[in-house]
Write a protein that binds this ligand. Sequence first.
Ligand code: GTP
Ligand code: MG
Length: 422
Amino acid sequence: MFKDSVDVYLKAGKGGNGIVAYRREKYVEFGGPAGGDGGKGGSIIFVADGALNTLLDFTFKKHIMAPSGQNGMPKNMLGKNGEDIILRVPVGTQVLDYDTKQLIYDFAVEGQKEIIAKGGKGGRGNTSFKTHRNPAPSISENGDLGESFHFQLELKVLADVGLVGLPNAGKSTLISNVSNAKPEIANYPFTTLRPHLGLVYVDLEKSFVMADLPGLIEGASSGIGLGFQFLKHIERCRVILHVVSMDKLENPDPYNNFLKINKELELYDETLMNRPMIVCASKMDVIGADEQFEIFKTQLNEAYPIYPISALTQTGLNTLKYKLFETLETIPKVETELIHRTYNLKDAGDFFIITQAEDGVYEVTGEGILTLFTRTNFDNEESVKRFSRQLRSYGLEDALKEKGVKPKDEVRIFGYLFELVD
Ligand SMILES: Nc1nc2c(ncn2[C@@H]2O[C@H](COP(=O)(O)OP(=O)(O)OP(=O)(O)O)[C@@H](O)[C@H]2O)c(=O)[nH]1
Ligand SMILES: [Mg+2]
């Protein structure tokens, strides 16, 4: 089964908590702080792999979670880091924000590696808080939450040459004769149900990637046939090779059909009309093909370069390969954007948001405050004091006062009640 669009939930590991501990050793008179830092949470990493051609695996693992870091330990021992999860995706995979459909990463090159969801930082143990003024702090920090996202993965084939044409035109037969791709071939429409990539060698050092795509029919751009879901794969092909059968019985009016397919491409994405297109007249071995070819060529009127071939008798294949290679050399290599963007949680929302709940109590949420909140160890007085100092320094206290919250009033932060002090 082929799958080129899936959505996934990702949750990177939480950082381990730092701890409060002191050295207690025989003969050591004043045991200093010895609480270790927590380990880092595991991240989720994607790597582009040219050997893959489907996102099917992700339909079986929709929820991906990386392990948390271990808490810090006494004797200044660091907690162990949560292990990263590394997953392979086909080259051509795009990672989009599920809600906004914003493109976050584009896995355009083999081996490209990106941290998709970053594990939380480990919290600091009390040793890390040691200062000259406070040599034995009793404060520690909890680990940060790992990033969590709802992403959509879209596979859009990345090829130099994309084959388009009516079903049965001979696209799969052509690619299996000039490359290592082995798509199914049969004398019925819509034999090919998914894209196939093949490497075409022009000589030992020159090669390019060709993509066999499912057949298109009139109305494909509005969802008729198999077309619509596969049209997106043409988007990222540098050259379009339009295969047109010269078999009079199955394709009595090649020019008209050629125009219809082009119309579908245009309706799907008008910029495809600027993409270099080469026409391949196929099945030249069939009786009457020469005649069809002459008529078709006249109708084309040199608007596109046209190459006659027969996969059956192996004629015209080399000339076509060279022409394709030559054309590719005139087009810039990477047309796709190479996007690696750090998807910053802080960018996603406001640092803090103040709302009034039904019971009249003001509630505080927001991505930034959440980070500070999760870092705070609420069993520890010093940590709680530090939290309120942080709220003040980020301007939350002033913002609350502006809303009319007075000293001694209660404020709810992630379900916990706090009192505003003067
Ligand atoms: N005589 C002749 N028949 C051919 C030639 N190339 C392909 N065919 C036949 O045409 C039929 C369709 O070929 P495919 O390669 O499966 O066509 P396709 O364009 O991939 O079709 P879809 O996958 O359905 O879009 C098969 O029966 C092939 O054997 C050729 O050069 N000469
Ligand atoms: Mg086919």
